[in-house]
Write a protein that binds this ligand. Structure first.
Ligand SMILES: Nc1nc2c(ncn2[C@@H]2O[C@H](COP(=O)(O)OP(=O)(O)OP(=O)(O)O)[C@@H](O)[C@H]2O)c(=O)[nH]1
Length: 394
């Protein structure tokens, strides 16, 4: 495929897409409509074939000629009915042109035979053939080149039949010009229709492509926005809420608890001897330890609780809808869980403990800093008293 390949370029004479894949996609797109057209055209064809039998009867009576013509008409009508059923079951046949072309070509001999059995209505027969020629173009769309082939067969067959019947060249020449008129008219009308249909299809594809691009762009922006939001609200190392986020959540939860008459507890956790872990095992393992602690806190607490990273090895816990005695039990359990889950890394098992302080959020606390300051005092007390404990800072 070249750089400037246009998949929607049209071949003006065939009135089809130059690109075979695009043409295939178009035919698939119009398959149901094409099949419907074809079934209607075939039904009209079969009806006309049988209807003209009544004229044969009127003119010929029950003669051999009538029986021959009627047998051909009935056989043809049955063949057309089979074709309708076939197209009904497999609509893609309407665009799959070769069998259809053969069926159309096989329909013509009946018209040619009439010249021999009913020479008296030769002029009528030529008229009917002209109508058939134009109908092929109008009613059987999207197969222009095959229609040209069928029309040529009809034209040549008619002239040859009349020639055999003894018509002069002087008659046949103007007749061929007259018969070319419906062919040219049908070709031009059908070509225009095919081009317009394909231009519409190209536009539709373009619109679909633009829509898809737009949807992709919206998706990309949404995920970018979500990522930015995540980065703006979480601590990059542990994934916990950062200061901005937990302060916002604190305000929201405090207001909600106040509205609903619930109480809220704030806790601080500070890892014990964390400097020693960093110094002994390195900063990377220190980072791993922080992530380990964060995941234990997140797993152990309720979804409605908030865990934030307060500073280096300090964490903040917000427990909405919780009384102090309940908070004491919850945080004690958290302490035990942390102490009982050492960090396993490179065949090492590093015990981790933390000192916790909890304090109630009071109505007269102005800011979160006031509450943290109170909890901090409890934390110092806990560190002084030997670490790995929960202190209530009332
Ligand atoms: N690996 C790592 N270490 C950090 C990070 N933030 C702070 N630290 C370290 O955490 C340690 C905190 O040490 P200290 O404040 O003395 O506290 P501690 O050693 O835990 O002692 P106590 O709190 O008294 O039990 C320091 O060594 C900091 O460098 C971090 O993001 N990653």
């Amino acid at each position: 495929m070249t750089a400037n390949h246009d998949p929607y370029a049209l071949a003006p004479f065939r009135a089809e897409f130059r690109d075979a894949q695009t043409e295939k996609a178009f035919l698939k797109h119009v398959e149901q409509g094409t099949a419907r057209h074809l079934k209607i055209a075939l039904a009209i064809w079969a009806g006309m074939v049988l209807l003209f039998g009544s004229l044969d009867y009127g003119d010929l009576g029950l003669t051999d000629g009538f029986y021959t013509l009627m047998t051909m008409r009935v056989l043809q009508a049955v063949a057309i009915a089979c074709l309708i059923v076939w197209v009904y079951r497999r609509p893609n046949l309407a665009s799959w042109s070769l069998p259809l072309t053969l069926a159309e070509i096989l329909g013509f001999p009946l018209m040619f035979v009439i010249f021999f059995i009913r020479p008296d209505i030769a002029a009528w027969n030529v008229g009917v053939i002209c109508i058939i020629l134009i109908s092929i173009y109008v009613f059987v769309p999207n197969r222009l080149m095959y229609n040209n082939l069928v029309a040529l067969f009809g034209l040549v067959g008619t002239l040859v039949s009349l020639g055999i019947r003894g018509s002069e060249l002087a008659t046949l020449l103007p007749l061929s010009v007259v018969m070319c008129l419906p062919i040219v008219t049908g070709y031009v009308a059908s070509r225009r229709l095919q081009l317009v249909q394909r231009q519409e299809f190209s536009l539709l594809q373009e619109v679909n492509r633009s829509n898809q691009e737009l949807c992709d762009e919206i998706e990309r922006r949404k995920s970018l926005e979500a990522e930015l939001q995540r980065q703006a609200t979480t601590d990059p190392l542990t994934g916990l809420s950062n200061r901005r986020q937990y302060e916002m959540l604190f305000r929201r939860e405090r207001e909600r608890c106040a509205r609903q008459g619930g109480s809220m507890v704030l806790g601080i956790a500070d890892l014990d001897h964390f400097k020693q872990i960093n110094d002994t095992h390195g900063h990377d393992l220190g980072d791993q330890a922080l992530k380990h602690v964060a995941s234990i806190f997140l797993e152990s607490l309720r979804h409605s609780d908030v865990v934030g990273r307060f500073g280096g090895e300090e964490f903040i816990l917000l427990l909405p809808d919780t009384q102090m005695d309940q908070a004491k039990v919850v945080v004690e359990r958290l302490r035990e869980q942390l102490a009982g889950t050492p960090l396993g890394a490179e065949s090492l098992s590093i015990p981790l403990t933390a000192t916790f302080a909890i304090t109630p959020v009071r109505v007269d606390d102005d800011t979160i800093e006031d509450i943290i300051r109170r909890a901090d005092k409890g934390l110092y007390q806990g560190k002084r008293e030997g670490r790995n404990r929960v202190v209530v800072a009332a």
